[in-house]
Design a protein around this ligand. Sequence first.
Ligand code: HEM
Length: 443
Amino acid sequence: MRTLAPSPPAWPVTGHFYRLRNDVLALMTEGVRDHGDVVRFRVGPLVMHLVNHPDHVAHVLIRQRQNYDKASRSSDCLALICGESLLTANGATWKQRRRTIQPMFHRAAVAGFIDSIAACTDDMLDAWAVKAKAGEPVEIASEMMKLTFRVVGRCLFGTELEAEAHAVEDAMHVMVLHTYYRWRSIINSPSSWPTPANLRFKKALADVDAIVARLIAHHRANPPATPNLLTMLMDSRDGETGAALTDEEIRNEAIAFLLAGHETTANALSWTLYLLDRHPQWADAIRAEFQQTCGDAMPQMEQLPQLVQTLHVFEESTRLYPPIWAMERHAVAADEIAGFHIPANSGVIISPYTLHRHPAFWDAPEEFRPERFLKRDHDAYYPFGSGPRFCIGSEFALAEARVILPMILRRFDLTGEPGQTVEPEPAITLRLKHGFRVRLKER
Ligand code: HEM
């Protein structure tokens, strides 16, 4: 007799559809609070399990990973934007791409990005100085999206994406929400139907496609002296056939990296600045540490390990507001987790958002306490995933955080505008639903 995992109350046919659609963070939080570490959700015939224990995470992402691939509904939705790419591929294709791209993200390669990260930040801060003088507020979520997009442009594509930053921010916003709405709506009209939402998505995709096509053409016409992600993709050859990647394959990877490389970090930085507004003693700690380590100079890679408090603040922020709040896998064959039946072809969800609040692993989980990261190796901490599909850009993101946050705080006091509501919006990444507006004062 198969034992079914417990499940929150559901409607007879639609199951958990409405709450998954409108209230997913609360549904998952209550699910694990009331029913334990394996919770079953259902929408019509679709079944998904949320697994909320480090042992179950290791089961799905490491030990039994052959049975849990990325042919999931969320991957299908992401593939509408970036086709088959490192984010969405499985098996041999994924393995070969990962091997090709990995050197771009080794620590030594990331060291070469530091100057570009600092220069992009400095440009943004100069623009902020003008706003500060005029007494204009800035909207942090949007500023961070533009900044991290420019950083990705310079570091990964060797290109200034200044002019495109605004257009891409808008287009990415449309695409990310569209794919997320498709994921949570479960039953959708075919994407080829000319509904207003599909047309908006198509236009946004065409805008981003045009930018990426220009980048590829520019690289072909003027090969850069220093290799970057695009040149590595263009130069890569299949180990067996010797075939190069097609333009479409290169396009898919480029868009995957534009998406994965800027939106996640932007949200993490925005949440961190929001938390620092509420805990100003940590902003002061970051300033003091940066002054002691770098003085008035630009930070260097070898100084980053000394920015310990900055790292702990960022770690605590990504604990409370993990940009990737859910990772989905597809169970190829039936399995059992903690004695509960996992049917073949069902979904399995790992949520850093709920795991990072698991009371068995975190004291006072809702509180912002960066000092908890003085103790290393937290069992239930997965901001960058786990196993072979661990985030390829984690070193890059951690370097960005330790350059961008102290540079901002060294130059400005930020004060959140009173009366605004700051709340999470779980799209593909955990966004700030209404952004976060601050007043600036140059120091
Ligand atoms: C704070 C920032 C970031 C967070 C929280 C984050 C989080 C994650 C997570 C949780 C995964 C695993 C997803 C899964 O297993 O389903 C992942 C994968 C990935 N990330 Fe990141 N990421 C961040 C920054 C970046 C950056 C800066 C880049 C690139 C420049 C990047 C590129 C990727 C790619 C390509 C994958 C897929 C890797 C694979 O499947 O082999 N990420 N990320």
